[in-house]
Design a binder for this molecule. Structure first.
Ligand code: ATP
Ligand code: MG
Length: 176
């Protein structure tokens, strides 16, 4: 099944704004309209929603959050969630996707998670043939990227057929 990236991210943006209750500026970046991912919509939504829930949870009020889509040079695609939150120390990053793993949060407010979110995210992206990349700097923020391979991504949509039609109309009639 082909999942529309635009509506998926609009839905996640809505979830994020509800969760944040206007405490963070949240933006949608890139041009997801028309882009599609081969996969399971419920799973893909749960992966991005987990990342966005983390971004809201681990970003102090006023910190910016972005949800982004871009095509990769190899023809694949990338869904990313970026925050200007508390960040994660380097030594924790390799363990974040272990079940129940949580960074010591004594310096943060009580956030009350179970430590399962990122293990689900990793599972979902692997089932879609992709990978999770995590980049973070303590005190500056984090970026979580879901990378999808070219065979899982396409740019089809309402534009493609009409573009073909325009080209055909432009072709001069053949001399008979
Ligand atoms: P759950 O997702 O099950 O409700 P959780 O958010 O604690 O609980 P994960 O989503 O797996 O669990 O994240 C694991 C840990 O990684 C978190 O406890 C937190 O310490 C750290 N973490 C995850 N996302 C971020 C982020 N955006 N900024 C800072 N730390 C993060
Ligand atoms: Mg979480």
């Amino acid at each position: 099944r082909w999942v529309e990236v635009g509506p998926l991210l609009e839905r996640v943006l809505g979830d994020a704004r509800t969760l944040s209750r206007d405490r963070h500026p949240i933006a949608l970046e890139g041009e997801p309209r028309g882009a599609q991912i081969a996969g399971d919509e419920t799973e893909l939504h749960s992966a991005v929603a987990n990342l966005v829930t983390n971004a809201v949870r681990y970003t102090p009020d006023g910190g910016a959050i972005a949800i982004a889509w871009r095509r990769l040079p190899d023809g694949g695609g990338e869904l990313a969630v970026r925050d200007a939150g508390i960040g994660i120390a380097r030594e924790h990053i390799p363990r974040l996707t272990e079940r129940f793993y949580r960074v010591d949060l004594s310096r943060a407010r009580d956030t009350g998670g179970t430590g399962l979110g990122l293990s689900i995210v990793k599972h979902v992206i692997q089932r879609h043939g992709g990978e999770l990349e995590i980049e973070s700097q303590p005190g500056r923020g984090s970026t979580f990227r879901l990378r999808l391979p070219p065979q899982r991504v396409r740019a089809a949509g309402p534009m493609a057929p009409s573009l073909r039609l325009v080209r055909r109309e432009d072709t001069p009639p053949s001399a008979g």
